[in-house]
Design a protein around this ligand. Structure first.
Ligand code: AHR
Length: 508
């Protein structure tokens, strides 16, 4: 037994009650006899006495790293330390530390067996450090915003369940950030990044995936389901479990737990109310391999067991336990999550944009190009020399109507003045002006969050759906670019200048 767990147990026993109000989630699990063997949270400490690092960030300006710790033992992450370290540049999350004493840190996920997906043969990308700002009890913190192609993993694990061993898991997710792609997961997976067969995973899944033929929940989703490998399950197989509801809360507590021929899904609003049980029954039986289970014990975040990386979602905190937690223990954990008071906060910063509905121009600030503006020629977004004496066609092509973000109302979309109904959107990393097709994908591709210009001038425009990426001009073409990424237009040379734009009244 770890020294942390024995200390906490002694404390709980001495106090004579379980789940004291000051206990963190992992203290509560320990007191229930099902200790955490992995505890990940970029937003807060998950043990009352934990004051070590929560996560590591790496900045784009010089590649150096910094650990972010709680403000105090058991407290909220020191987001101010991150903001200072990352000021005037970009940062990504490189390590999500395991707060248990098992050392199960999560790092950049390696390539796996998945045959498709963004850059399927490469390591997954690392999440932006600023993609998922929140507050906990009024203090700012950052979650982990996973876009398709992004993910974390640990294959060299210690203490996690294997075979048919019992385990529990919970995670707090953003209930509004999901897709149908496989698979936004947190939990137990294969140690070799390959699909090694049914029952080799047991992870929490969140999204609108079709279950790979094993059924879904009620309504149109998103659902909390279990990824048990080669199938997302909402209950016994095959079933569309009407008891597994479409999640509608902004913050969601998601639970999957399993033991010998028995497993359960539970969930609730992470900011209020009780947990509900969405499934509690026997293992899937209609296909071989799920009873008994063959868990391998690796830990994944944001990806499937074979590194299927087509999903998106946001993770704030989560744990894995040794042993099958009782509902009472989980109910106490839910009370602790509620007491943490997760809340939304601004996704934007920098000079305010003109009001929604007004027309703006966007002037480049790079030394090469200070008389060039973001414009478009047909579907292609580019920069062009524009002035009040330019043709009225060109002035219109370089003017954009500010709209509430189609994919997130805290950010913005930019409608073409000369082609109403068409918006700036990213597609294959290029910026285009395309007709809004009213799809979820289009809305998300056309949503951008202004922040302080990275070179100190104007605004930089962060892609909502890929927050490591910003509007950039490169050889007069418009892209979303990541600082020092793999494409030519991602070059770190003049990155800050090329992603900073002065916003003024539109030409037209
Ligand atoms: O079970 C669904 C997915 O199927 C798993 O996450 C992945 O390993 C496989 O492709």
């Amino acid at each position: 037994m770890s020294s942390r767990i024995s200390r906490q147990r002694a404390c709980v026993l001495a106090l004579g009650f379980v789940a004291s109000v000051t206990a963190g989630p992992c203290d509560i699990y320990a007191s229930g006899g099902t200790p955490c063997v992995a505890a990940h949270g970029t937003t807060r400490a998950l043990y009352d006495d934990y004051s070590g690092p929560l996560y590591q960030v790496q900045r784009g300006s010089d590649g150096s790293t910094a650990d972010i710790s709680p403000l105090s033992a058991g407290g909220v992450a020191d987001a101010g330390a991150q903001d200072s370290f990352c000021a005037g540049t970009t940062c990504v999350i490189t390590i999500i530390y395991d707060q248990s004493d098992q050392g199960n840190d999560l790092t950049q996920a390696p390539p796996g067996g998945a045959a498709s997906g963004p850059e399927a043969d490469d390591y997954d990308s690392l999440a932006s450090a600023i993609g998922a700002p929140v507050t906990l009890n009024g203090k700012k913190a950052y979650g982990v915003f996973i876009s398709p192609g992004y993910g974390y993993r640990n294959d060299e694990v210690s203490g996690t369940a294997t075979g048919d061993d019992p385990e529990g898991m919970y995670a707090v997710f953003d209930g509004t950030h999901y897709n149908t792609g496989c698979c936004f997961d947190y939990g137990n997976a294969e140690t070799n990044n390959l699909d090694t067969g049914n029952g080799h995973m047991e992870a929490i899944y969140f999204g609108t995936g079709d279950g790979s033929g094993h059924g879904t929940g009620d309504g149109s989703g998103p659902w909390i389901m279990a990824d048990l490998e080669n199938g997302l399950f909402s209950g016994e197989d095959p079933i569309n479990n009407p008891g597994d509801p479409t999640i509608t809360s902004r913050f969601v507590t998601a639970i999957v737990k399993g033991e010998e021929n028995h497993w359960a899904i539970r969930g609730g609003d992470a900011t209020s109310g009780d947990l509900s049980t969405y499934y509690n029954g026997v293992r899937p039986s209609a296909a071989d391999g799920y009873n008994p289970m063959s868990k391998e014990g690796a830990i994944i975040l944001g990806i499937g067991g074979d590194n299927s990386n087509r999903a998106q979602g946001t993770f704030y905190e989560g744990v894995m336990t040794s042993g099958y937690p009782s509902d009472d223990t989980e109910n106490s954990v839910q009370a602790d999550i509620i007491a943490a008071k997760y809340a939304t906060t601004a996704l934007t910063s920098g000079p305010d944009l003109p009001d929604v509905g007004s027309s703006v121009s966007l002037r480049a600030t790079s030394a090469c190009c200070t008389t060039r503006y973001l414009a478009h020629t047909g579907s292609d977004v580019n920069t062009q020399e524009v002035s009040s004496s330019s043709s009225s066609d060109l002035q219109q092509q370089a003017s954009w109507t500010v709209r509430t973000g189609l994919g997130n109302s805290d950010c913005f979309s930019f409608e073409s003045v000369d082609t109403p109904g068409s918006f700036i959107r990213h597609s294959n990393w290029e910026l285009h002006v395309d007709t809004n097709d009213d799809s979820k994908g289009f809305a998300e591709d056309a949503t951008f969050c202004p922040q302080d210009g990275l070179n100190g001038q104007g605004n930089s425009f962060r892609s909502w759906s890929y927050p490591t990426h910003f509007w950039r001009h490169y050889e007069s073409t418009g892209y979303i670019a990541s600082n020092g990424g793999v494409h030519a237009w991602d070059t770190a040379d003049t990155f800050n200048d090329d992603v900073s734009w002065e916003v003024s009244d539109g030409f037209a």
